[in-house]
Each structure stands twice: as structure tokens, then as C-alpha cells.
Write a protein that binds this ligand. Structure first.
Ligand SMILES: *Cc1c(COP(=O)(O)O)cnc(C)c1O
Length: 224
């Protein structure tokens, strides 16, 4: 099988020391690979596609904490909210409201992260700083969403080897995290700073990440 257990062990040792959560990103990978890692004790897994996640969840152990890290369309929130542990990519009020509505129906409090656009590429999703500020300062609107818990921020950096640029982008997200972490709102309690992937996680950690999303280092390169 393609799971790199040696790399996984090294990663875990490094992250555990620092109190950092490892989300194993299993998108496009078979359930057997997820099971193999599960048997090593891994419980946090990340998926990007709703349909794929629903199919995998069906046949895998109940105590897996599923992280939805893809771009979520509002009309699909209803499929995830009944069970998903953390939705990382919330980038609009409309989506947040829909998640709240579905969470209310299911009687859950849904934890989410707001996705911020820090990369230079236009293609990546996320709120820019002004949008985030508008969002976080509308306390009335936020407080009306009683079935949401905003647990922090998430971002993807630019796809580059330029270390300084990565540092700047991650540093920018950390600054925003610190700026909003002490908001005194019942449903806004920043504890999670989700940044860093296979290629850039070391820099993300140096810049303050406490949750990394790692796929290809553990599961091998994805095709397509
Ligand atoms: C695919 C993906 C990852 C994992 O990427 P790797 O480079 O395979 O580690 C992390 N975060 C998001 C949002 C992703 O879409």
C-alpha cells in the first residue's frame, strides 16, 4: 500500500512535541489507506469533496474526526453538518448562515474556520482582510448565529518555493488570528490556526500554525 508510515511517524513525533494537530488529507486516496493510518492511531482526516467524503464515511469507523477542507457550496452544507468535525473553508456570510441553519436543524453546534485569502494567486478562495474585518466587526450578525462556533482561521499560501514569500503570507494570517482571537463573543473563540501543507508546513509552524493539513507526504503524490 502507498501509505508512508515511516514519514507519518516522523511527522507525528515532530508535531506532538509542539502540540500541533495533524490532519491527514486523504482526498482521492482509497479507504484502505485511511484504515491503515487509522490503525496507527490517526483520527483526524481531511477531505475536499462532499460526495467522496460521504462515501468514505459510510464504510469507515465512527470515531474519525472529519475535516472538510475543500470549497463548500451552500447547497451542500446540509450533507456535512450532521457529522463533520470542522469545516475549514468558510468564505462567505451566506455559507455561514446556511451552516448555522442546518446545524440548528440537527441540534448541533458546528465548528468552522474562516478562510482568508493570503496567496498572490487569484484562483485561491477566501476572504480578504477587509471582508474579514467587516465580518468580525458585525457582532450583531455573528451573535445571531447561535449554532456556529467560529474556531479560527485557515489559509493556503501561494504555490511557490520562495521561503520569504511563504513566511510573509503565513505571518499575515497569524497577525489576523491574534487580532481577532480575543473577541468577546460566545460563538467566536479562536483556538485553531490551520495553515501548512506538505510543501510548506515547516515554515507555517515557525510562523505560528497549530494545525497542518498534510496529504502527499503521507499518502504519496496524487494523480491528476
Ligand atoms: C489537498 C490539500 C491539502 C494537502 O495538500 P498536500 O500538498 O498533499 O499536503 C491541504 N489543504 C488543502 C486545502 C488541500 O486542498
Amino acid at each position: 500500500m502507498s501509505v508512508n508510515l515511516e514519514k507519518y511517524g516522523e511527522l507525528l513525533a515532530e508535531l506532538k512535541n509542539k502540540g500541533i494537530t495533524l490532519v491527514a488529507v486523504s482526498k482521492t486516496k482509497p479507504v484502505d489507506s485511511i484504515r491503515e493510518l487509522y490503525e496507527e492511531g490517526q483520527r483526524d482526516f481531511g477531505e475536499n469533496y462532499v460526495q467522496e467524503l460521504l462515501e468514505k464515511k459510510e464504510v469507515l469507523p465512527e470515531d474519525i474526526r472529519w475535516h472538510f477542507i475543500g470549497h463548500l457550496q451552500s447547497n451542500k452544507a446540509k450533507y456535512l453538518v450532521p457529522f463533520v468535525h470542522l469545516i475549514h473553508g468558510v468564505d462567505s456570510i451566506r455559507l455561514l448562515k446556511e451552516i448555522n441553519k442546518q446545524a440548528e436543524k440537527t441540534g448541533r453546534i458546528q465548528s468552522v474556520l474562516l478562510q482568508v485569502h493570503i496567496a498572490q494567486e487569484e484562483t485561491k478562495f477566501g476572504l480578504d482582510e477587509d471582508e474579514l474585518s467587516g465580518f468580525m466587526n458585525d457582532h450583531h450578525e455573528l451573535a445571531s448565529m447561535k449554532n456556529i462556533l467560529i474556531s479560527g482561521l485557515m489559509a493556503m499560501a501561494s504555490f511557490t518555493d520562495n521561503e520569504q514569500q511563504l513566511r510573509n503570507e503565513f505571518g499575515q494570517l497569524k497577525k489576523l488570528f491574534d487580532q481577532y482571537r480575543n473577541l468577546n463573543l460566545f460563538n467566536c473563540q479562536f483556538t485553531v490556526l490551520s495553515m501548512g501543507m506538505s510543501n510548506d508546513y515547516s515554515i507555517a509552524i515557525e510562523e505560528g500554525s497549530n494545525l497542518v493539513r498534510i496529504g502527499s507526504l503521507i499518502f504519496g503524490k496524487r494523480i491528476g
